[in-house]
Design a protein around this ligand. Sequence first.
Ligand code: AMP
Length: 213
Amino acid sequence: MNIILLGAPGAGKGTQAVALVKEKGLAHVASGDLFRDNLGRGTELGKIAKTYMDKGELVPDDVTVKMVLDRIAKPDCANGFLLDGFPRTIPQAEALDKALSEEGKSMDKAVSVAVPNEQLIKRLSGRWICRGCQAPFHMVDAPPKEAGKCDHCGGELYQRDDDNKVTVQNRLNVYMKQTAPLIDYYKGQGKLLEVNGNQPVDAVSKEMLAALA
Ligand code: AMP
């Protein structure tokens, strides 16, 4: 099964992705993580991406599409993958559909996680992420058992540069303008599932799994 997780920054895509890939045995492909990995390794792609990421803007479609298509061509994606943070524009979605159809494949479902705007801002500004396994925590709502340390792999927790107030607002604006239209795109394809993301993590996971069953 090939699944897309749709939702604004802070909607809980990362948290839900961790649970969902485990449950369904899928490869987790998060475009933001791929960019951050390139950034950390100082690659040319990382340098290009950084100028956009720092402002909360989207990295250009051609660069992003190539990076993700290369990733899903890897063997661990052959039995199904979960896309988290991609596609984020209609041209990205079209490029994905085209590339998959050339191989006789397609996306099966797009799960949209809805959360009110004021919640998103609160979540992002308190977010801490594991450097090791990328699992997200929240200072107030979902703190780690031990301060600064990941509950899952013991990795170090850090705050993302782009989780600051100004950049967060821009990322939400960019989401509304460029990414939200994908909800109608996948509705039109009969693949959209809508989940209420404004409830406890386990309740969201349960609703998601029931929708996908
Ligand atoms: P994320 O970790 O998904 O919040 O992504 C962090 C940043 O990476 C975004 O604000 C964008 O600058 C960039 N990015 C991630 N995914 C995409 C995408 N599908 N298209 C363009 N830019 C992206």
